[in-house]
Ligand binder design. Sequence first.
Ligand code: UDP
Length: 482
Amino acid sequence: FTESMAFPNPQHPPHAILIAYPTLGHVIPSVHLAIKLASCGFVITFVNTQSIHHQTSKAASNSSHHKDDLFAAVRDSGLDIRYTTVSDGLPVAFDRSLHHEEFMQSLLHVFSAHVEELVAKIVKESVPPVTCLIADTFFVWPSMIAKKFDLLHVSFWTEPALVFSLYYHMDLLRKNGHFACQDTRKDSVDYIPGVKAIHPKDMMSYLQEKDISTVCHQIIFKAFKEIRSADFVLCNSIQELEPHTISALQAHVPFFAVGPIFPSGFIKSTVPTSLWLESDCTQWLDSKPHASVLYISFGSTVHVAKSDLLEIANGLLLTHVNFLWVLRPDVVSSEDQHPLPDGFEEAVRGRGMIIPWCSQIEVLTHPAIGGFLSHCGWNSTLESIWSEVPLLCFPLLTDQFTNRKLVVDDWRIGINLGDPCGMISKEEVSKNINRLMDEKSGAEFKSAVREMKKILENALMTNGSSVKNMEYFVRDLKTKIF
Ligand code: UDP
């Protein structure tokens, strides 16, 4: 919090309603954005869906620090973060992972009515008065609702600027025949402002797929229409990581890179955000040599084909590497709870630990971790860089293909697990695990990721780019409010 961020009248700070997109990879950075803005003097009303609230509270209550209000602990430190929930249009007990299509339909068609009702209530009752609506870029209604209640519209983008830019310039892809061109165009996309030539296979899956009638496509098309009337875009990336892409975007949208948005000090957040009970792996990790453990996780949402999971497991069997593997109960499907090969757990006893969920931040920063086999979700990528852990990339969906390109081709802080768009085999899996984890062959990736960590650290220092960008955002917001 710097001088220039001070608001003219501390009695009337800006009050933002912050609505998190209801998947964990969006809720986690939204929680930390709320804390960051509240530390800058904002009053925040944080809105979670009832479903995410129910799951996180259940996981937290099983692990002893149960809080009905996710922000209670943070508020003890003096921040004004209010907390409320809204229905996403489906019953709390509905299995959103198993019935993803219905979930997305509800977000597209039903959710906005519930949000509108809630925003009306908050606007009517709140002191200080509500000044802005901060909503995830993937929502299809923020500018409509902001306009209706005369609020500023701040869009929160939780992925790299490169991904934003490709969606934003979808019309250029259409014009040049690179839209929905899966497997048919091999030439690079070299005309997106600020984006160096990118192969079509490295674009987000939704831009590649031939069938563009899915509900996810409809959400993306609508969301990127909405974004054109946003007053501000806050992005969880770092100016120095994507300088050209960000500058080019700033010609079109008021785009502020304020990442990495982590819990302060990168310690375990006091706000419980886990969907499943966290296993404590510290003792097991303590028993392992420095940088000897491969951490494996595919994030909170995506499913992995059983055949791929078997190749990974059989590939691990061909190595002698220690590993800690997060296998979510629904990683293949919530109907297949035992996806590993028979006898796998006995075969790796002593060197392999399999758990349903953990505090990833705590695990990654443990000195025993030497590599991260990841689906390349953007939060995982940033957390890995911050922990100086090189990546073994296994992208599965959406922006993960584009993030992989940044990690492997541009920043060289990791390698591919197999052919990024094709099949993986156990032989390839074991070869690449050994390559990343071996002290000699992995050294270049370790040193590259250490350098990149410094860039992130510098961005968060006084006068660092993300701190400055947050100041500019607050300055510009003040001129619009006061
Ligand atoms: N995560 C966690 N424990 C786990 C696995 C994941 O806390 O066992 C967190 C991880 O730290 C990250 C988020 O879940 O913040 C996953 O976000 P990401 O963008 O990497 O992937 P997504 O879940 O959106 O696909």
